[in-house]
Design a protein. Structure first.
Length: 534
């Protein structure tokens, strides 16, 4: 069979049925081969900046491999910001990059470039297909790397002329090495650390989600009466935010984190890369710390943990939990999360906090993708969403939210998918709306229109004590009805609460068509918990 068919058959044998991408001449063998089949679809994004987050959102929402195809050097370059994000969050992505025809590589053909170097800066591994002799083995190796923990994008460079060559191998499922639990001696060490502590807490990150360990985490938290904080910028909610043990997302400000955690004498980090924060702070953690997770190289230098082991978190937490049943006698009350009052309703305007509150109440069973800028802290304060059902970019790289939500909607067609975005971040890759309409999703994008980069103003106020006129993104007034029309979406605009409630009662629990809701906000009014950002 041709190498291109071997590649697709191998993907299908490993449960892949979609390839997201923005194709070019070098992808014609791939696109043509997909068009001949019914078991795998090529889903076009109108740019790589849209296609990569779509594949990422799809992978996160289905907890499975996302595959994305990029066109040689400029296509890969366009996708790199989003590949960086997928690497930070640890998303399983296989990136098929078009190579150039090997017969004229020495002539520096158009679009060719240092593709391997480019990819290696944002991928954990990069493979290139060179000959028909090793192509099958390399395809299998790249796929295996992509679905082996710790996840991160893996690139496979595919020269189009080689894809037409014949190969004899049989496509089959790849065997994926698994992470194991703890040795008994370490089970006892972790259990001792936790039981000896007066007031221990967990800091949970993405590994909990990828290891399907939310239930195990809730159980151990309940035995210890210990709160579970979500590490700042965690890209997938690792524990239900309705759980009594959920202590909230840690803010991105290190000084606020240190203050929030100061009562705990022991912190067990579960996955992630320590604490991803924004502005420099002199604050330090004072508690003893330990770590368990998937990725040894994610342990940040400077933090010396009392204990650290690379494990499958579900297995390890269950092991420690059975040890605790013997040893623990804790009765500490769970930490109560700080509460804030919702501002009173006003007739002519909608307060950003009230808008978020109303939307969360209405879409409480939805899958949420949040890139709402200064409102994200409010969303986290009041959301009651299940583990895995609240996604953020996780890297700080905005422009991910809208296209990622399209990938989520494609991966979970039966669910209500809500993307809540700032007016700034909604415009980095809004062409993903075309893919959504082209593929028949029925999702809701909410744009919080404050005509500002309000988050940057909040940072500027902290750093230089004033906001900056460069962060005002009008005039012209951004016409989101025009954007919706461009991509065939329905559009609604609300400037007060009555209109918002009216819109929600019309749309019901799940939109029947793709809809963009614009909420006009007064830029002078800040979300109640906005102080948490810096
Ligand atoms: C890829 C990328 N480019 C630029 C930034 C810097 N940045 C951080 S927040 C922000 C503005 C976000 O504005 P908006 O989405 O309207 O939300 P708001 O701050 O107004 O609530 C920008 C440009 C970034 N984080 N990532
Ligand atoms: Mg804004």
């Amino acid at each position: 069979m041709k190498i291109i068919d071997f590649l697709l058959n191998t993907l299908v044998a490993n449960d892949v049925n979609r390839i997201f991408g923005n194709p070019g001449t070098t992808e014609i063998p791939l696109v043509a081969a997909c068009e001949k089949r019914t078991d795998i679809k090529y889903i076009v994004g109108l740019s790589e900046i849209a296609a990569v987050p779509m594949a990422d959102g799809y992978a996160r929402a289905t907890r499975s491999l996302g595959v994305v195809n990029l066109h040689v050097a400029p296509g890969l370059g366009n996708g790199m910001g989003a590949l960086y994000t997928a690497g930070v969050v640890g998303v399983p992505l296989l990136v098929l990059v078009g190579g150039q025809d090997r017969r004229f590589l020495h002539t520096d053909p158009i679009l060719w470039g240092p593709v391997e170097q480019m990819a290696s800066s944002v991928c954990k591994e990069v493979y290139t297909l060179h000959t028909e002799y090793d192509a099958a083995a390399i395809i299998r190796r790249a796929l295996r790397a992509a679905i082996t923990l710790p996840y991160s994008p893996v690139t496979l460079i595919c020269p189009p002329d080689l894809m037409e060559c014949e190969v004899e191998s049989v496509p089959r499922r790849v065997e994926v090495p698994r992470l194991a639990g703890l040795a008994q001696v370490d089970v006892e060490r972790y259990a001792d650390l936790l039981t000896e502590a007066r007031n221990p807490a967990f800091i949970a990150a993405e590994d909990i989600y990828w290891n399907d360990a939310s239930i195990a985490l809730e159980k151990i938290a309940s035995i210890l009466c210990a709160p579970v904080y979500v590490a700042p910028y965690t890209g997938v909610l690792p524990i239900s935010s309705a759980s009594p043990w959920y202590a909230g997302y840690l803010p991105p400000s290190f000084s606020q984190i240190a203050e929030r955690l100061s009562n705990h004498d022991m912190l067990l980090f579960l996955g992630g890369r320590g604490l991803r924060t924004t502005l420099y702070s002199e604050a330090r953690l004072t508690s003893r710390t330990a770590w368990l997770g998937n990725n040894a190289s994610a342990i940040p230098s400077g933090d010396e943990y009392k204990l650290s082991c690379v494990v499958d978190l579900r297995l390890a937490l269950n092991q420690i939990e059975s040890q605790l049943e013997v040893e623990s006698s804790k009765t500490t009350a769970p930490l109560i999360r700080p509460e804030f009052d919702i501002p009173p309703s006003e007739e002519s305007v909608v307060h950003p906090t009230r808008a978020v509150h109303i939307l969360l109440r209405h879409f409480q069973d939805a899958l949420w993708v949040d890139e709402s800028g200064l409102s994200t802290s409010d969303v986290r304060q009041w959301m009651q969403l299940r583990a895995g059902e609240y996604l953020i970019n996780g890297s700080g790289g905005i422009g991910w939210g809208l296209p990622a939500a399209v990938g989520v909607a494609l991966g979970q067609p039966g669910r209500t998918v809500i993307a809540i975005c700032g007016d700034g971040s909604s415009l980095y890759a809004s062409e993903a709306m075309w893919t959504a309409e082209n593929r028949g999703t029925a999702m809701l994008i909410i744009v919080l229109s404050n005509r500002r980069y309000a988050t940057l103003n909040a940072a500027a106020e902290k750093l230089i004590s004033n906001s900056l006129s460069s962060f005002t993104i009008e005039p012209p007034v951004l016409d989101f009805s025009g954007l919706a029309k461009l991509y065939g979406w329905a559009h609604a605009c609300t400037a007060n609460e009555l209109d918002l409630e009216g819109f929600l009662s019309n749309i019901g629990p799940k939109p029947t068509r793709n809809t963009l809701l614009e909420i006009i906000l007064d830029p002078a009014v800040k979300p109640v918990t906005a102080f948490r950002h810096f």
